[in-house]
Design a protein around this ligand. Sequence first.
Ligand code: 6PG
Length: 237
Amino acid sequence: MASGLTDVRVFPDADAVARAAAARIASLIAAKTAGGGSFFLALSGGRTPRALYQCLAEDYHDRIPWARVNIFWSDERYVPYGDPRSNYRMAKETLLDRVPVPEQQVHPMPTEPADPDEAARRYERALPQSFDLVLLGIGSDGHTASLFPGSPALDQSERWVVVSVAPVEPRVRLTLTLSVLNRADSVFFVVTGADKTAALRRIVKDSPDYHLCPAVGVRPRGGTVIWWVDAAAALAL
Ligand code: 6PG
């Protein structure tokens, strides 16, 4: 279903969303690496992408040229990598420990410097010029990555990675800015569950100012956005 200019693909449940998105990710990677190129992927955090990462690990272990994939993150909680709330830890457990991505091609956001802004600046220096694919989720408040409503990070045009303050613990986050997200070739929002119904409708149908609803600000100039959603999240579309 394309609601207006928004490409929204609705599936019966979260597992079907994971399978469909994984298949498309595999085809994007195949297309980009066919001529020997590399693929630059930014992972999202939170709970929703777990099923997608598990599907990639289980069904695409031998069907994706993982040696050509470079892994980054769209945001991170400023906690040690061993913290259960770490986006790096979640991706490591569900995907990275189970597929052969070369270790030097996995780039977690640093969370050990005492000054988070130093960590942000260090990560900026590691980023590619642009991503082939950025995976994102949304919160019920319309945030994406760690770009929260009213955040000054939303109008950062110079920086590629900034410190952000979340309304919930852990409050200190690092996040890619819209400058980076809007240079991506593809952005996949993966959204499942009834708790996202209102936010998804607001983003897709009302499309408020991005300062109020940051996910609306993700409009890659030369790229495409696809929403991979389940029936529960799409109920109000
Ligand atoms: C994070 C994420 C964040 C997430 C949304 C949805 O660090 O939490 O990057 O943007 O995508 O908050 O989270 P859930 O998938 O847990 O609902």
